[in-house]
Design a protein. Structure first.
Length: 98
């Protein structure tokens, strides 16, 4: 993932084309996080921190090839979250529901 500073317009590194894609990915990951972990405050917070850390960690990346790789990884993560994560709700001693 990565490149939050470039998204906010710091001016160095990213060109204008990838910055829009990075910002869109950042927002999409946070929206997906909110849907997938709805009603689970601990998971929501952990996912929020992880997304923000990954973007911050890569904010100064300038290589277009590396930026494309990071965007691909972030898109793959979003797809996995959206399609593969299932959360159960504990309703009583012996029952779980979706």
């Amino acid at each position: 993932m990565g490149l939050a500073a470039k998204v906010t317009g710091s001016g160095e590194g990213l060109g204008t084309m990838p910055a829009g894609r990075v910002l869109q990915l950042f927002k999409t990951l946070h929206r997906t996080r909110q849907q997938v972990f709805k009603n689970d405050a601990r998971a929501l917070e952990a996912a929020r921190i992880k997304i923000n850390e990954e973007f911050k960690c890569n904010k100064s990346e300038t290589s277009p090839k590396k930026i494309e790789e990071l965007i691909k990884i972030g898109s793959d993560v979003e797809l996995i979250l959206r399609t593969s994560v299932i959360q159960g709700i504990h309703t009583d001693h012996n029952t779980l529901s979706k």
